[in-house]
Design a protein around this ligand. Structure first.
Ligand code: GLA
Length: 371
């Protein structure tokens, strides 16, 4: 799974040879992910239903002389960043912070003595809500593990290192969905992940369905503070409701009386989104695409009206796609919100004509990520 052949792997391998003048010792890969349903619930200990993608990040690596790391990013015109992994990583400095942060924190779990040359090449659209940053972190972590010949690390500690890097060096108080989906999951297989216990199980999508990812063209930016503010509102709501996290609120007994108006909307989204995620997993298992479609529509409306994390242009595209799909399936914005990608689930025989319709409407290309 971690070494799934990807076009990104051969690009990384070739770019490594061109940049460093010799072949790499190995190439590590980590996918991106699309979340089918269950957004902004991971940091509330909720349930999520992500699916790792075939697209992702490849990191070609080779041990170098001396203690330093030299990382080059093929997607940033081969830009190089050289650093000492024992020095403090820079905060808020894009991919430098993520790569240096991983190298620094991996020292606690992997005994790498010496430096590394790294060449990073990805094929995930950035800012699209498909977890390009978690994919980069996990791929760098895997490269370090391979180079250090440390025994393979379980998905959970690797995911937790990558999450700590986002918190400490990227300034994003993210949950653990992306890192766990990427570290533990299999591309093309949806997983129901419990973000409290970190237990998960695969949820097999019926082979007669397709999953499409449509880029809205509206770029999102997590670090603009809106994400962190939403998280604070949820935590404050949980405190006022007297629970450890919003996961502990039963939808049937949800009483927003102690909450201010914004907190009440955020909490309502989270409490019912967790319930929708559970019901969506059951709908998939039962092959009930109409029920799943209804849940996807409700989830989008909730992100738009209660969590207030959507965008008018994304809403327009989601509505158009939902009208086109009709009762058999549905679509919603996916991921952190404020723009990014839309996920659509529909009967496989109709997927190609939806993709053509979107192109005709001037939308960005739709990717078929399942069937
Ligand atoms: C981003 C974060 C995740 C999660 C989603 C929303 O992708 O990194 O932890 O909160 O937003 O579901």
């Amino acid at each position: 799974m971690s070494s799934a052949p990807s076009p990104a792997n051969s690009r990384a391998r070739e770019a490594f040879a061109a940049a460093f003048g010799h072949a790499p010792d190995g190439v590590a890969f980590a996918p991106g992910r699309v979340n089918l349903i269950g957004d902004h619930v991971d940091y509330n200990d909720g349930l999520v239903l992500p699916m790792p993608l075939a697209l992702g990040t490849a990191v070609a690596w080779r041990r170098s002389d001396g203690p330093d790391f030299t990382a080059r990013a093929a997607d940033y015109h081969g830009e190089a960043y050289r650093f000492d992994p024992s020095a403090p990583p820079p905060a808020g400095d894009g991919w430098h912070s993520l790569v240096h942060g991983m190298a620094a924190l991996m020292r606690e779990v992997a005994a790498l003595d010496g430096g590394l040359d790294l060449l990073i090449a990805g094929n995930l659209p950035r800012g699209a809500g498909l977890s390009s940053s978690a994919s980069l972190c996990i791929a760098v972590g895997r490269a370090i593990l391979a180079a250090s010949q440390t025994a393979p690390l379980a998905a959970q500690p690797l995911a937790q290192v990558a999450q700590a890097v986002e918190h400490r060096f990227a300034g994003v108080a993210c949950g653990i969905m992306d890192q766990m989906a990427i570290a533990a999951g299999t591309p093309g297989a949806a997983m129901l992940l419990d973000c409290r216990s970190l237990d998960w199980q695969e949820v097999a999508l019926p082979p007669e369905w397709s999953v499409l990812v449509v880029q809205s063209g509206v770029e999102r930016e997590l670090v603009d503070g809106a994400y962190n503010t939403r998280r604070q509102e949820c935590e404050s709501a949980a405190r006022k409701l007297g629970v450890a996290s919003l996961r502990d609120v039963d939808p049937a007994g949800f009483d927003p009386a102690p909450l201010g108006p914004a907190e009440a909307r955020r909490a309502r989204h989270v409490v019912f989104e967790i319930d929708r995620t559970r019901r969506a997993a059951a709908a998939i298992a039962a092959g009930d695409i109409a029920l799943l479609g209804t849940l996807l529509r409700e989830a989008h409306a909730s992100m738009r009206d209660l969590f207030e994390a959507s965008h008018p242009e994304v809403d327009r595209q989601v509505a158009m796609i939902n009208d086109w799909i009709g009762a058999e399936g549905g679509a919603r914005m996916t991921g952190g919100g404020f723009g990014g990608a839309i996920v659509a689930i529909l009967p496989a025989p109709r997927a190609d004509s939806l993709a053509r319709e979107l192109t005709a409407q001037g939308c960005a290309e739709a990717m078929r990520v399942f069937n």
